[in-house]
Design a binder for this molecule. Structure first.
Ligand SMILES: Nc1nc2c(ncn2[C@@H]2O[C@H](COP(=O)(O)OP(=O)(O)OP(=O)(O)O)[C@@H](O)[C@H]2O)c(=O)[nH]1
Ligand SMILES: [Mg+2]
Length: 415
């Protein structure tokens, strides 16, 4: 390793903000020395609390980051703020705005603020942002806030490096729906309704909570996203937000970083069908959930089991950016996979192995990002060797259900 990498790494690890600033410039320009620097500092990372702040332009993200930083400072913590702006790295517009709004913070030596212009960065925006956060972490900053304008896949990817993601939405602009559509609701651990001093904030919070209730039933995650109303300009509601952040950090096992999490398949045993009474809803759900956990495609697509029974299965999937096709709609294959999963689970609910030998699908309506889909499989007929199933796929929202797709399938029972 070259001497300048070694020397800069040493200074960053000692907490020099000048060295940190230089290291971030290296990352922005990319290349081998940036890579060497990150590799050298990697062992010093893992201590910072990393919180992502995303939301529509002008929703109040920077004001919120500033308010969070002030409270954290008052509690004696050091703070890093990274504003990632993928769209206008050279215009300086939003970046300059952030600097001005945060200028009082910039005078505090316990706060490090950096806007990142990363267009063309080697390895993409999210990689550069992750490296930048690692450097801030290695420099000993206790709380690192990462701000992105949450509109595209890039920004969603950046948010994956945070332990906790706050999605900021503005009351009264139908923003809640926008957030849902952009898929950002999917990554929200905490939803902050900003500008709580404005009318409609409480109403927006209520609507978001309702939306989350729908999503909750489909979510296998132990953490239930919270909705908090904040008045960041006046510093109101920040304690409640911090409380939500702490609760979330506790729920994710030692606050470990998501991108470091290693998925180790340790499957729960599958309860034997013969031991489950016909009316035992929990028992059937447990059996189908254990089967789905062994199914790579269910795991990859985020398909979860809602309910089951002998010959029945109900599964759900919330459409995320990864499910979209090149036209921006939900990929037909993803809907097929959802229906097929319900089919597979229902036909295998009984115990003996059933393999699909025929399937037909028709589509009634298109779906997009943020839509929650439920597939219900019912047994039309089952003999010793052949089973026939009907699967209805519907989109669920606050107003009820709308048909999306119909699927029929036949299995051959092998076991
Ligand atoms: N009334 C009111 N206005 C607020 C509040 N918080 C932020 N604002 C205003 O909303 C506008 C946008 O705030 P920012 O914090 O810059 O929003 P942002 O999401 O960081 O904006 P971009 O980075 O440009 O996407 C500013 O004019 C703020 O003064 C609040 O609590 N109440
Ligand atoms: Mg901003």
């Amino acid at each position: 390793m070259s001497a300048d990498v070694e020397s800069l790494a040493g200074q960053i690890a000692e907490g020099s903000t000048r060295a940190l600033a230089r290291g971030l410039t290296w990352i922005e320009s990319g290349g081998a020395r940036a890579e060497a620097l990150c590799a050298r500092l990697y062992p010093s990372t893992g201590r910072a609390q990393i919180v992502g702040v995303t939301g529509a332009p002008g929703s109040g993200k920077s004001t919120l980051a500033r308010a969070l930083a002030l409270v954290a400072r008052a509690r004696g913590r050091t703070v890093g703020i990274l504003a990632v702006d993928p769209t206008s790295p050279f215009s300086g517009g939003a970046i300059l705005g952030d600097r001005i709004r945060m200028s009082d913070l910039a005078l505090d030596p316990g706060v490090f603020i950096r806007s990142m212009a990363t267009r063309g960065a080697l390895g993409g925006l999210s990689r550069a942002a992750a490296d930048a956060v690692d450097l801030m972490d290695a420099a000993g900053l206790g709380l690192v806030l990462v701000e992105t304008v949450g509109v595209g896949q890039d920004e969603v990817d950046v948010m994956r490096l945070a332990q906790t993601v706050i999605v900021v939405s503005v009351p009264g602009l139908g923003d809640d729906v926008q957030a849902l559509k952009a898929g950002t609701l999917e990554i929200a651990d905490v939803l902050a309704v900003s500008k709580g001093d404005l009318p409609l904030a409480e109403q927006a919070a209520r609507e978001l909570r309702e939306m989350l209730t729908l999503r909750r039933s489909a979510s296998a995650e132990p953490w239930k996203p919270r909705v908090v109303v904040v008045r960041a300009l006046a510093g109101g509601g920040i304690d409640g937000l911090l409380e939500a952040l702490e609760a979330h950090a506790l729920s994710v096992e030692g606050g470990r970083r998501r991108r470091e999490s290693v998925i180790t398949p340790s499957f729960a045993p599958v309860p034997d069908a013969s031991t489950i009474a016909a009316g035992d809803a929990d028992g059937w759900r447990a059996r189908l959930t254990a089967l789905a956990a062994r199914d790579g495609l269910c795991a990859m697509l985020g398909i979860t089991v809602l309910a089951g029974g002998p010959g029945r299965a109900e599964v759900a999937m919330t459409v995320e950016p990864r499910h979209l096709n090149f036209n921006g709609g939900c990929h037909g294959g993803a809907i097929f996979a959802l229906a097929d999963s319900a089919f597979g689970l229902a036909s295998n609910s009984h115990g003996p192995v059933a393999v699909g030998i025929d399937a037909h699908i028709t589509f009634q309506a298109a779906v997009g990002a943020g839509d929650m889909l439920v597939a219900r499989a019912t047994e039309v007929q089952r003999s010793r060797r052949i089973g026939v199933y009907r699967i209805d796929v519907v989109r669920e929202d606050a107003n009820g259900e709308a048909p999306v797709s119909s699927f029929t399938g036949t299995v051959y029972v092998k076991g």
